[in-house]
Design a protein around this ligand. Sequence first.
Ligand code: ADP
Ligand code: ADP
Length: 229
Amino acid sequence: MAFVEFRGVRKVYQMGEVEVAAVDGMDFSIERGELVVIVGPSGAGKTTLLNMLGGMDSPTSGAIVLDGRDISHASPKELTLYRRHDIGFVFQFYNLVQNLTALENVELASQICTHPLPAADVLRQVGLGHRLDNFPGQLSGGEQQRVAIARALAKNPKLLLCDEPTGALDYETGKAILGLLQDTCRDTGKTVAVVTHNSAFTAIADRVIHIREGRVAGVEVNDRPLSAE
Ligand code: ADP
Ligand code: ADP
């Protein structure tokens, strides 16, 4: 069994009389330790997919399995624990707490999970050993995204789930963040999933899952993905 499996996943929203299938029968798998990019245009179902994989929402039908566990019928309480322990989230706009330092932001992870990694170590790992006591407002966009990545990694999650992680950054800074995600994947063996509309990501992925109109339109497996450096 693969590390992540989507099997016949559907998510239907009721719009008055009309049913909208935001995800309309999706099958794919992700192997442990892969850097996977899930790419598709606006309206393809990326947010809906991300919400289900991240445990924010449950599918209408089908199965979602992470590390052997089917989360598609999990209770709200079980999903809360799943979000806390199993998934590290990285967002487009960082979502840092403005009145806490970089170190304190990363230490937040230790309040919600049982086996956090040492915050200062993880910040050094993302190249911010010299920024521990800076507040988000004193950091560049790229540095703030590094703090957000450190915060997600400090939970030592099974899956790092990134939603348009370079969407707010200029080209060069975005490239450096991609390089960091790639290094993280290689150095820690962590499984990293990036959801994006930006096809520039596909070259660095081990696996690319193209989605369109709520379905998988194609999957590519790259033997030797390009380095973002
Ligand atoms: P993406 O993130 O790729 O832009 P979404 O997952 O947001 O795609 O949306 C996929 C489709 O499902 C779109 O047609 C969208 O309008 C529809 N959709 C998403 N969420 C809802 C909702 N809460 N209610 C009704 N329709 C929705
Ligand atoms: P190229 O040699 O094609 O110009 P670069 O060296 O500029 O590629 O970038 C390396 C890889 O990282 C390429 O696959 C590129 O598409 C991707 N990339 C660079 N910057 C970004 C970004 N901001 N967002 C997404 N992907 C990017």
